[in-house]
Design a protein around this ligand. Structure first.
Ligand code: 5GP
Ligand code: ZN
Length: 114
């Protein structure tokens, strides 16, 4: 059994409610939301982080971006604005080593990020 929490979550239907699912990825609510809307968009294929992505992953990356866009519509945050976050590596604040976008919205975001 994989030790990756997101691979486990994807492999066990019913364990987590998916807002979206297709052949490439899934979207589900973050367990510890940092905004009224906080959804994670995750590829089904295990990719440790954005560090592993290259030019040959352009189609995958574009597809995940499309899922993020669908999430902003589904959750009603599209019009007011939102933030996509892709934490990468230790300094990037990544805590789960399976590539994922955060889709955050429903409140005013601050800059610079912490
Ligand atoms: P990172 O810090 O790697 O960018 O983001 C990991 C995110 O995954 C965190 O926001 C954390 O709350 C979320 N998370 C960790 N474990 C689980 C889980 O088992 N289920 C869900 N839904 N979210 C999780
Ligand atoms: Zn994984």
């Amino acid at each position: 059994m994989t030790e990756c929490i997101f691979c486990q979550l994807i492999a066990e239907p019913g364990r987590t409610k998916f807002l979206l699912e297709d052949d490439v990825g899934v979207a589900f609510n973050d367990i510890n939301p940092q905004a009224p809307t906080h959804v994670l968009v995750v590829p089904k294929r295990h990719i440790a982080s954005a560090k592993e992505l290259g030019e040959h992953d352009a189609a995958l990356f574009g597809h995940l971006m499309g899922l993020c866009q669908q999430v902003t519509s589904l959750t009603g945050i599209r019009e007011a604005g939102y933030r996509y976050v892709l934490n990468t590596g230790d300094n990037g604040g990544q805590t789960v080593n399976h590539l994922h976008f955060h889709v955050l919205g429903g409140r005013q975001m601050k800059w610079p990020p912490g």
